[in-house]
Design a protein around this ligand. Structure first.
Ligand code: F0G
Length: 458
């Protein structure tokens, strides 16, 4: 008999979570103005809002916390982290930051100017935000296949080299300070970028003398997919694959809250000393001195350990296969999910789920509310509410896809929890015809409204 899949960890500490009644949830979601961000965490049974900073650290990470050196300058924790980053990514220079968007803020303060263009593969919100904040433009060069939820392309995070070269060819090079490659690509569904594509992008960038920076939040999951899906990498270790991936970048920004399995932290990696020096000025201004940059010594220690653990095959197999486990269950129940399954999350196609609801009634948000009501599961809307209004016309933007994202925290939930989540979705699907109306907006912020929007049921 083939041995079944089993997790590569056992539990040493537990945190109780509480089930609630439907009646309680109806009251709570109403009080939360039908915005799941407004719920208290103890009103949620299974929290799939994000996989960012929600992972469980290992016993080794916790013991590293006790060894943290809290010296303001030159702490041993800084050097421990510096060594880990060099060993895992190959970058000689780095700056610690308090999280991923802080890394973007510091790096872009050096590189991105008014009127610049920054091509990439479906830039993450904060990345785009930091580009647009500087009056520059993010240009999406992701392959077309990424925008189809059904096509089974193994590397839907890939950049389209023709789209990319068109941008590089038709604009002055000095207007394009960098190309951002997000691994895995969160905005297209946690989809990986192939090694070949990373290599091709770097070659093209070199031809024009433009820097390539990886938005690396989920770099290890990307490496796992390369090992599983790309010819020639089957027998390489994750650490070898990661090293090769970063050899095609001039630098990286990192939200350590994802693949480095810590609750807070980030960093920037650099190949050149000059860029590191320029960025150091902004790091000191925004984050802290260059040997701590917004992190405590203990947190840098845990992060260093997390980088080693997060690039172990057994850990990644447990992680990515759990996400796929949920995806397969939903598939069996006939729920329409984005394929192939992403590395960190499963995305449900809300338009196929509630085809009778008009887009003006915020289909994905309605589904997220129903899922919460069904079983206390918290997911996040990736649809018209998140898309905000058009900055000029102030009209609602209605994206092609109305999705809800169920992001799985690392080493936190069991597959029983996944079964529970899938059953909740199946139950909502069964009564979907009874969901006759959606939600409407009562109050909203001018930008990034999904965090604070207040809604009511129609
Ligand atoms: N880049 C990517 C690809 C991300 O997914 C995130 C965060 C960031 C950058 C910013 O990092 O949160 O540490 O400042 N993504 C979270 C999510 C918030 O839920 O997907 P941060």
């Amino acid at each position: 008999m083939n041995l079944p899949f089993a997790e590569s960890f056992k539990t040493k500490m537990v945190e109780p979570i509480r089930k609630s009644t439907r009646k309680e949830r109806e009251k709570w979601i109403k009080e939360a103005k039908y915005n799941l961000f407004n719920l208290k965490s103890n009103q949620v049974f299974i929290d799939l809002l994000t996989d960012s900073g929600t992972g469980a650290m290992s016993d080794r990470q916790w013991s590293e916390m006790m060894l943290g050196d809290e010296s303001y300058a030159g702490a041993s924790s800084y050097y421990k982290l510096k060594n880990a980053i060099k060993e895992i990514t190959g970058f000689d220079y780095f700056l610690p930051t308090h999280q991923g968007r802080a890394a973007e803020n510091v790096l872009f303060s050096v590189l991105v100017k008014d009127g610049d263009l920054v091509p990439g593969n479906s830039h993450f919100d904060t990345t785009k935000g930091h580009i647009e904040f500087r009056k520059a433009t993010a240009i999406d060069c992701t392959i077309d296949e990424a925008f189809d939820t059904i096509i089974k392309h193994p590397f839907k995070g890939n950049l389209d080299l023709v789209k990319l070269e068109t941008v590089l060819k038709s604009n002055p090079v000095k207007k394009i300070p960098l190309i951002i490659v997000t691994v895995t690509c969160n905005s297209s569904g946690g989809q990986p970028v192939s090694m070949q594509n990373l290599k091709d992008v770097k070659n093209l960038a070199d031809k024009y003398g433009i820097k390539v920076i990886f938005d690396s939040a989920r770099f290890a999951e990307n490496a796992y997919f390369i090992k599983k899906r790309e010819k020639g990498y089957e027998n390489k270790t994750i650490k070898e694959i990661v090293k090769e991936m970063f050899s095609y970048a001039d630098g990286m920004t990192m939200s350590s809250k994802k693949d480095a399995i810590v609750n807070m932290g980030g960093f920037i990696g650099f190949r050149e000393e000059e860029l590191f020096k320029q960025a150091s000025v902004f790091n000191i201004m925004f984050e802290g001195f260059i040997t701590y940059g917004g992190m405590s010594g203990r947190d840098m220690n845990a992060l260093a350990q997390g980088l080693y653990e997060g690039t172990e095959f057994d850990y990644l197999e447990t992680r990515v296969e759990q996400v796929a486990y949920l995806g397969k269950k939903l598939d069996e129940y006939g729920v329409s999910v984005l394929k192939p399954f992403g590395g960190h999350a499963i995305f449900i196609d809300a338009k196929r789920f509630l085809p009778h609801l008009p887009k003006e009634e915020f289909v994905a948000q309605t589904l997220a509310v129903e899922l919460y009501l069904e079983g206390g599961v918290r997911a996040v809307e990736i649809g018209a509410i998140m898309a905000d209004r058009d900055p000029v016309s102030r009209k609602n933007r209605f994206p092609e896809l109305e999705l809800i994202r169920m992001a799985i925290p690392r080493r936190v939930y069991s597959n029983n929890h996944m079964d529970y989540v899938a059953a909740c979705c199946a139950n909502v699907m069964e009564r979907s015809a009874e969901i006759k109306t959606g939600v409407k907006i009562q109050k909203e912020a001018p930008i990034l409204r999904h965090f604070t929007v207040e809604l009511e049921r129609i």
